[in-house]
Design a protein around this ligand. Structure first.
Ligand SMILES: CC(C)(COP(=O)(O)OP(=O)(O)OC[C@H]1O[C@@H](n2cnc3c(N)ncnc32)[C@H](O)[C@@H]1OP(=O)(O)O)[C@@H](O)C(=O)NCCC(=O)NCCS
Length: 167
């Protein structure tokens, strides 16, 4: 079981008891504005997401609950290796928490998992995510139209990557 610690955060595997805290994130329309699914409608949706994550092949993903002062405030990790993803409850935005969590996952991906690159797929309108990744050294490698459909509406993607330091 991998646990990553940063000055203010503990990144640890999900637990079924995280469903309420994570529903506060995944049921929040502001947090979910650029996500690849609709906001969760009930805590049962979030419980199913946790179950799917826990049942997944550990070799294909490394996903963590983000815990701050004993409360789960979001999720970060590599899903569909080597793609990074992250989401925080809006109450915790603009305090450097996502940067801290993503930096820890990048170090884990390169130093422990031996990845040669980490990628990201971001909605072109998601200025916060694009700015954070750029600050962390990610560069844009391409873009595509109509990559995700949610309830009949199509969204575009910007693709980014960060190469391992020794590449
Ligand atoms: C993207 C997200 C994780 C950023 O979290 P955060 O904790 O607020 O980010 P940080 O405080 O570490 O900010 C890092 C940098 O990102 C940029 N940034 C963050 N929020 C921003 C915003 N609203 N507008 C513009 N830039 C922003 C800034 O450059 C910031 O650095 P600065 O504070 O020194 O200016 C958060 O907005 C979020 O959860 N969004 C919803 C989920 C999501 O879109 N996930 C990504 C899918 S690809």
């Amino acid at each position: 079981m991998t646990i990553l610690t940063t000055p203010r955060l503990v990144l640890r595997p999900f637990d079924p008891s995280d469903a309420e805290d994570l529903f506060a994130v995944f049921g929040n329309p502001t947090a979910m504005r650029y996500w690849s699914t609709l906001p969760h409608a009930s805590v049962a949706d979030t419980a199913r997401m946790i179950d799917r994550t826990l049942a997944g092949d550990p070799g294909s993903h490394a996903e963590f609950a983000i815990e701050h002062e004993g409360k789960v405030i979001g999720k970060v990790g590599l899903w569909q290796m080597p793609e990074i993803g992250y989401i925080l409850h809006p109450d915790y935005w603009r305090r450097g928490f996502a940067t801290e969590a993503v930096q820890a996952v990048i170090a884990h991906g390169f130093e422990t998992l031996g990845l040669d690159r980490i990628t990201a797929d971001v909605d072109p309108d998601n200025a916060a995510s694009l700015a954070m990744l750029t600050k962390l050294g990610f560069v844009i490698t391409g873009q595509a139209k109509n990559t995700i459909e949610i309830c009949g509406k199509w969204f575009d993607s910007i693709y980014l990557e960060l190469l391992a330091p020794d590449r």
